[in-house]
Design a protein around this ligand. Structure first.
Ligand code: TZP
Ligand code: MG
Length: 223
């Protein structure tokens, strides 16, 4: 698509709040029920990704998620709903490229929330890095059934090339990562591994997360 001034996000004057500990295993969930099941396993962080719901419903669910994540001291990223994330005091916000022009990035930055941005290739990565986000997501690494993707999978080679380009910005790999590809994905020296179906579609999601947390401990590249 053509990029014009109209859809180029306004760049905040300062970087977004930093993330000191690696993001680690990063489950992306679409319900409070799943969030609640996973929190006792202490994921590195977690994302609530709600794609529908009335404003009142979204408010109630995000408020509940913030409370639960505080209790378990797990860093909570809210997908899309940056106003509610600010109002309710989430740890951070996750936005896709198409969300950037519409969000008030300066408000997110001034509220001290972390900002994670999706990228699907070198152009989007450059655009994300220019905003000095708290982390950048690199995807989709492998084919995924979870989301219709307009682009091709990036593959491990491109992932390994992209991580050093991010220099000081933490990176999260996403897209089709499961038990078979987890170790290889860690080898690209990402700071977090985001997963939807590998955890949420498991018959026992909490047990699955425990397993991935152990794999992370074994394979995290910066030990
Ligand atoms: N963004 C890029 S790939 C993806 C999103 C939300 C879905 C990843 O889901 P899964 O099930 O881990 O492949
Ligand atoms: Mg979005």
């Amino acid at each position: 698509p053509r990029i014009s001034g109209a859809n180029w996000p306004k760049t905040p004057t300062a970087p977004f709040a930093g993330i000191s500990e690696p993001l680690g295993v990063y489950p992306v969930v679409d319900s409070i029920a799943l969030l609640q099941q996973l929190l006792p396993e202490q994921p590195g962080c977690i994302q609530l990704r709600l794609k529908q719901g009335s404003p009142a419903d979204l408010h109630a669910q995000i408020a509940e998620a913030v409370m639960l994540c505080r209790r378990y001291q797990v860093r909570l990223f809210i997908n899309d709903h940056w106003q509610l994330a600010i109002e309710l005091g989430a740890y951070g916000v996750h936005l896709g490229q198409e969300d950037l022009a519409l969000a008030d990035l300066t408000a997110i930055q001034q509220a001290g929330l972390r900002l994670g941005i999706s990228s699907h290739g070198p152009f989007e990565l450059a655009r994300a890095l220019q905003l000095r986000p708290s982390y950048v997501a690199l995807g989709h690494v492998f084919p995924t059934q979870t989301k219709q993707m307009p682009s091709q999978p990036q593959g491990l080679k491109r992932l390994a090339l992209s991580v050093p380009l991010c220099a000081g910005t933490p990176t999260v790999a996403i897209g089709g990562i499961d038990q078979h590809s987890f170790a290889q994905t860690c080898a690209s020296k990402v700071h977090g591994i985001a997963m939807v179906s590998a955890i949420t579609k498991a018959t026992q999601p909490a047990q699955r997360l425990r397993f991935f947390n152990k794999l992370w401990e074994q394979h995290y590249a910066y030990h």
